[in-house]
Design a protein around this ligand. Structure first.
Ligand code: GRF
Length: 209
């Protein structure tokens, strides 16, 4: 499948950058054709600018209702012939019409091993604080399909990191982020190679043909 990706990002965009690096290194056969953000100050916009990728700032609060917001997102996606959505630190829920139209073609990355330490309000340093407060011995990252809820979609790839005795939320976040930057491009390449088969709540990864 020729992936024409839209990146949705609200923050610094290091996963966006890792995906672009994987494309440049030909580890990922895909094109990023659009970047959508809800924050004009998002670092992701600079990354898009430097890579000459079209970008759009779409803020829900500028629309009179949810339907108009959803229509604006869909219009941008159609304009750029996007066929795959990658959420990379996007801090807003995706309208259900967008999820429906991109069912099984919209993914997110979460900085913990879902279903632990996910859900509404579980983002950023809060995730790592909660992992440490619970005394977990491992954490990690999860790439998962996006459905209508927060962090409940089927996992595609998960990778562990150890939690060390002297970890702080910052040191743990950095270790997890390294793994995020590996597994996100890997997961996208599996889609590019059409090796992902969704079977209910399971994803089968087909062998390389
Ligand atoms: C990452 O930790 C990701 O797991 C989470 O948001 C963060 C985004 O970081 N969903 P970045 O903007 O990609 O650097």
């Amino acid at each position: 499948m020729n992936l024409r990706i839209a990146i949705f990002a609200s923050g610094r965009g290091s996963n966006f950058q890792a995906i672009l690096a994987a494309i440049s290194a030909q580890r990922l056969k895909a094109q990023v054709v659009l970047c959508i953000t809800n924050r004009p100050e998002a670092g992701a916009l600079q990354i898009a600018g430097a890579a000459q990728i079209p970008a759009a700032v779409i803020e829900e609060k500028h629309f009179v209702n949810g339907a108009d917001y959803e229509a604006a997102l869909l219009a941008q996606l159609a304009k750029h012939e996007v066929n795959f959505i990658v959420l990379a630190g996007f801090m807003r829920k995706i309208p259900s019409g967008v999820v429906r139209q991109f069912r099984h073609r919209i993914v997110n990355i979460h900085p913990a091993l879902l279903p632990s330490f996910g859900g509404k309000g579980m983002y950023g340093h809060r995730v790592h604080e909660a992992v440490l407060a619970h005394g977990c011995k491992v954490s990690g990252a999860t790439v998962h399909l996006v459905d209508e809820e927060y962090d409940t979609g089927v996992p595609i790839l998960q990778r562990c990191v150890p939690v060390l005795d002297d970890d702080t939320p910052e040191t743990l976040a950095a270790r997890v982020l390294e793994v995020e930057h590996q597994i996100y491009p890997e997961a996208l390449q599996l889609f590019a190679e059409e090796r992902i088969r969704v079977e209910g709540r399971r994803i089968k990864i087909l062998p390389k043909s």
